[in-house]
Ligand binder design. Structure first.
Ligand code: GLC
Length: 413
């Protein structure tokens, strides 16, 4: 499915910020502590008064995201625990009526918009405050009806009270099917209230884009896709013990991979209860941002690579430029096979330094390269070619099919 004009920004955005934030951050054991540790709901709810995001400054978050090269963000307006970061007529379990006494969603939307970023909201259909969610309509259809009214009512509030939104990111439809959620009506309402919005695929209906989780995989059939991935090893909400942070090089490799498959990376952080990001995340973003400032042209708005580049890393294309993302530096000579176009120039993208090359038929040799990679994280080389980049016909069949993400990226073409 191709995106229309209003939605095309998403197809080339590549890098977004996901934030799982709620009163669960007080516990520091992830976003699901209520359910996973079988806490007493009334005690959990009481702790909402301790939630005091005194250092919450979404303008600072937006600035850091923008500096990192991110183009959009998605914040959890409500996660499965039922706690709302927005004001709601349907609930008292909200940030406006407990500890913070602030509409955290409103402040986020305002700050991110002001910074020129696209804004999205995450909303969990699953809600552990409602027995009806667990019971389903079979057990008590009237109770489930009230639960549905609440769910649709809150989504309406999000669509009506915060100006134009770019993304509604549903989650938590399990174990119920789309009919049980009245998902067709829900999506129709969202589209009526927010004509410019994009809706993800987690109501059980396809929506506008796919959301592979913790893995990068393009989906077949040209559907827009976005891989959501945690910056730590496991948890989405703040977890005091989840310390295995991704390195800048890992994130930069992921960006090369989504660029090659023409999808997006939604990188997640779990802010702490006081409203600050864990420091390693801020440092991570700032280093990724340095790389993006000089190499972003190889990432944004790219289309998939055209020929085999697996032995050097990844490949993305923009107009008549082929970008080689050299993740595995080959030493003084780089050999690329299977490109059908005449190469006009070869340059390091970061500094524009020109690289001597020789081309014979489908073979291209870049020569006199330094023995060590100029950028260990990913050295991008830009090849300007004649015409629209394409593979030698036989080279298309020769593409290595062993790499799951690459394979599906190709089948999406
Ligand atoms: C998983 C987690 C959920 C999180 C989501 C983000 O489904 O269980 O807590 O919000 O991933 O994609």
């Amino acid at each position: 499915m191709m995106l229309d004009d209003a939605h095309r920004w998403f197809a080339g955005a590549r890098f977004g910020l996901f934030m799982h934030w709620g009163m669960y951050a007080l516990y520091g054991r992830g976003e699901q502590v209520l359910f996973r540790e079988h806490l007493t709901p009334s005690e959990y709810r009481r702790r909402a008064d301790e939630f005091n995001p005194r250092s919450y400054d979404p303008a600072e978050w937006a600035e850091a995201a923008k500096e990192a090269g991110m183009r959009y963000a998605v914040l959890t307006a409500k996660h499965h625990d039922g706690y709302c970061l927005f004001d709601s007529e349907w609930s008292d379990f909200t940030s406006t009526k407990t500890g913070p006494q602030r509409d955290l969603v409103r402040e986020y939307v305002t700050a991110f918009r002001q910074a020129g970023l696209r804004v999205g909201l995450y909303y969990s259909l699953a809600d552990w405050q409602w027995p009806a969610y667990f019971d389903g309509p079979e057990k008590d259809s009237r109770a489930f009806g009230r639960f549905l009214e609440y769910t649709h009512g809150q989504v309406r509030e999000l669509c009506c009270n915060y100006g134009p939104l770019d993304i509604l990111w549903f989650d938590g439809a399990w174990p119920h099917d789309p009919d049980t959620w009245h998902a067709h009506a829900l999506l129709a309402m969202v589209r009526e209230l927010q004509p410019g919005i994009l809706i993800n695929n987690r109501t059980g209906l396809q929506g506008d884009f796919d959301t592979p989780e913790q893995r990068i995989a393009a989906t077949a059939g040209q559907r827009p896709w976005e891989a959501c991935i945690t910056a730590t090893e496991r948890w989405w909400g703040y977890h005091i013990g989840d310390r295995m942070w991704k390195t800048p090089a890992q994130v930069i490799h992921m960006l090369a991979q989504v660029a090659e498959g023409a999808g997006n990376l939604l990188l997640n952080v779990g802010p702490m209860a006081d409203g600050r990001w864990p420091r390693p995340f801020t440092e991570l973003l700032s280093e990724v941002g340095e790389w993006m400032k000089v190499n972003g042209r190889a990432i944004y708005d790219s289309s998939p690579g055209v020929c085999e580049a697996i032995s050097i890393g990844r490949q993305s294309v923009l107009d008549s430029t082929v970008f080689l993302h050299v993740l595995y530096w080959p030493g003084d000579t780089l050999h690329l096979a299977g490109l059908n176009n005449r190469v006009l120039s070869a340059r390091f993208l970061a500094d524009g330094w020109s690289i001597p090359f020789k081309q014979e038929g489908e073979h291209l040799w870049l020569r006199m390269l330094p023995m060590l990679p100029p950028d260990e994280r990913n050295t991008v080389i830009a090849l300007e070619v004649e015409g629209t980049p394409q593979a030698f016909p036989w080279a298309q069949e020769r593409l290595w099919q062993g790499d799951a993400s690459r394979m599906s990226a190709w089948s999406a073409m």
